[in-house]
Design a binder for this molecule. Structure first.
Ligand code: NAD
Length: 359
């Protein structure tokens, strides 16, 4: 087998970021040996830890180093220590800058219920019978999170505003990601908007409908965001690919994650042009449990699997990790967020070790 090499920007971040990334790197090191592939890690600080070290959440030098790598592997960013920083100085803003500077306009979040974790889902068994296997495709570097905003005093009254806006091209490129993803899945796209109220949503709907004509094998339906939020818990099996904008995707993907039992189980990746991707768990830095060795590292471990699959074309190695996670769950090991009566409670490090043993 030929030996290959990849350069990975490793950004553990804040809170539980460090703990869960440490576990995922152990797995990557074993994969490296097993699949004769060298991973060169470039350790970088972004977020609160970067403010502490360099006075800003994302430095030019860090951004440059991220660009020079083949992929970016991120833990989580932010925490109460830096909550007093305002606007552009906040750690979370660094994440938005990172995504936009790297041109990562599509965020893909698969939501699948592991058979072994069905009992951890808050949904009734009858709603899980047909399975949940959803891919949320969220636009990541446009919309209200990047639109014009401000706080002003008008006629003596304090007022704040944020602007939702999309260009035709921005909608077009994310729509293609959704339809292409659907072609590899069950060939259904549900595009979610608020076209009954918002102009930006009417443009969204028009462009998505137009793009759909290039994918005649994919069935497209449109749904309003309020209905979608309800349908996700009423009948989640109706969804295959959900295509939506930045803010609706942010909210819906967290809702979808809970259907699977825990936010600590779900990985995501963000892509633009080419194979460069940013891989991260969907949860935040969980300051309430940081440093206690109780965080679930599986979302971060599954993010590593995604990186192998999508950026490095190491599909077999990715499957190896996914199967290892399934085996550990099948044997009854659970971190506290997914623990139920009768299962064996383990900590962050122990969960990492157990997955490692299965590879
Ligand atoms: P959060 O996702 O950090 O935590 C929400 C809840 O889920 C908490 O009770 C937490 O303990 C639990 N949780 C999260 N991940 C877990 C895991 N792996 N295992 C077990 N339990 C887990 O969201 P939050 O509390 O709203 O935000 C905390 C900080 O994280 C904030 O500063 C926020 O801005 C930041 N944040 C960062 C990202 C990111 O880096 N991508 C995403 C969301 C929030």
């Amino acid at each position: 087998m030929n030996s290959r090499e990849f350069k990975i920007a490793v950004v553990p971040g804040d809170g539980i970021g460090m703990e869960i990334t440490e576990q995922a790197l152990k797995i990557l090191n074993k994969i490296s040996k097993k699949y004769h592939t060298k991973f060169n890690y470039v350790n970088l600080k972004v977020g609160g830890c970067s403010i502490d070290a360099y006075g800003e959440a994302l430095t030019e030098e860090t951004l440059k180093k991220c660009r020079e790598c083949d992929a970016l592997f991120l833990g989580a960013i932010g925490g109460p220590k830096w909550d007093n920083f305002l606007g552009d100085k906040r750690p979370e803003k660094a994440l938005l800058t990172l995504r936009s500077e790297l041109g990562l306009y599509a965020n893909l979040r698969p939501t699948k219920v592991f058979d072994e974790l069905k009992s951890a889902s808050p949904l009734k068994d009858s709603l899980l019978e047909n399975g949940i296997d959803i891919l949320v495709v969220r636009e990541l570097i446009g919309g209200i999170y990047f639109g014009k905003r401000g706080t002003v005093i008008e006629d003596g009254i304090e007022k704040a505003y944020d602007t939702e806006s999309y260009t035709l091209e921005e909608v077009e490129r994310i729509a293609h990601v959704a339809f292409e993803s659907a072609m590899k899945r069950r060939k259904k796209v549900t595009s979610i908007d608020k076209a009954n109220v918002l102009d930006s949503s009417r443009l969204w709907r028009k462009v998505v409908t137009e793009v759909s004509k290039e994918y005649p094998k994919v069935q497209l339906n449109h749904m309003y965001i309020d209905n979608a939020a309800m349908q996700l818990v009423r009948d989640p099996s109706q969804f295959d690919v959900i295509l939506t904008n930045n803010i609706f995707g942010d909210i819906l993907s967290d809702e979808a994650s809970m259907l699977t039992g825990s936010i600590g189980m779900l990985a995501s990746w963000s892509v633009g042009k080419g194979t460069y991707g940013m891989y991260e768990p969907i949860h935040g830095s969980a300051p309430d449990i940081a440093g206690k060795n109780i965080a679930n590292p599986l979302a971060q471990i599954l993010s590593a699997a995604m990186m192998l699959d999508y950026s490095f074309n190491m599909t077999e190695a990715a499957k190896d990790i996914e199967n290892a996670v399934k085996n550990v769950l099948r044997k009854g090991y659970r971190t506290v967020d997914i623990w139920i009566e009768g299962m064996i409670n383990v900590g962050t490090k122990e969960m990492g070790e157990l997955v490692l043993e299965e590879i």
